[in-house]
Design a protein around this ligand. Structure first.
Ligand code: 13P
Length: 255
């Protein structure tokens, strides 16, 4: 029998602002690999730009690959020109929404309070929120990693969160797209602090939230990072754009 407090691992790809209609070929290649190789012990998610969600959700239907979005507006609907609501994302066939990615926190000035509101909107649409946290290079150098991440965790996660509707992604800003990664010990330290904060807030059920690591994950370092304590999967940027690379990361969950 499966342990209800054991997190379900997830390998998630964040395509960021990459992907045109021809990119559905990469999804086709990924689905082919997933259908023909040993079934991994993790879920598989691709978060393309909004413009590809409906087509890719239709393409992935019937496979184990899930499709998500990279952001949403906090409101249900209304006068917000150019924005996309969680309900629209659900309607397009997605199952997950990434909220609070450091690129949105930096490029769009998103506060943890706004990230929390977006997570609430995600939950209200019946979708799973992937809430991102992580320190900058300067914050790490100043020895503030656990303080910064702890503050983001406290303020970005809504009260109604549970393992069924919320995943946390720890992505050190300085590791994103740089080829630099923290040591496995550093990742384990931060993930264990996040786990403790979740248990302190949500009780034993805090054990069940999946905690993803993100930042320069690639096939060559995935197994080592995924084996760290309290690491329950990856949030992958660059290496998720090519099916062969992404499938090589999923291999960490094929025994
Ligand atoms: P990279 O894997 O390209 O470092 O990006 C990580 C990331 O930001 C995923 O959300």
């Amino acid at each position: 029998m499966t342990d209800p407090l054991q997190p379900t691992p997830l390998t998630a790809g964040n395509w960021k602002m990459n992907g045109l209609s021809a990119s559905t070929g990469e999804l086709a290649a990924l689905i082919h690999a997933v259908n023909t190789k040993t079934a991994p012990t993790c879920g598989i998610l691709i978060c393309p730009p909004y413009t590809l969600i409906a087509a890719m959700a239709a393409q992935a239907a019937g496979s184990t690959v899930m499709i998500g979005a990279q952001d949403c507006h906090a409101a249900y609907s209304g006068a917000h020109t150019g924005d996309i609501s969680a309900d629209m994302i659900a309607d397009a066939g997605a199952t997950h929404i990434i909220v609070g990615h450091s690129e949105r926190r930096a490029d769009h000035g998103e506060s943890s309070e706004l990230v929390k509101a977006k997570a609430v909107a995600t939950h209200q649409a019946g979708l799973i929120a992937i809430i991102c946290v992580g320190e900058t290079d300067a914050e790490r150098d100043a020895g503030k990693t656990l303080e910064v991440v702890g503050d983001q965790i406290a303020r970005s996660i809504p009260d109604g969160s549970a393992a069924e509707n919320t995943i946390i992604a720890y992505e050190p800003v300085w590791a994103i797209g740089t080829g630099r990664t923290p040591t496995v010990e550093d990742v384990a330290d931060v993930h264990s602090a996040i786990r403790s904060a979740l248990v302190a807030r949500f009780g034993a059920s805090g054990q069940a939230f999946a905690l993803l690591y993100g930042g320069s994950v690639k096939p060559s370092n995935a197994s080592e990072l995924m084996a760290a304590a309290n690491v329950n999967g990856a949030l992958v940027g660059g290496a998720s754009l090519k099916a062969t690379d992404f499938d090589g990361i999923i291999d960490a969950y094929r025994v």
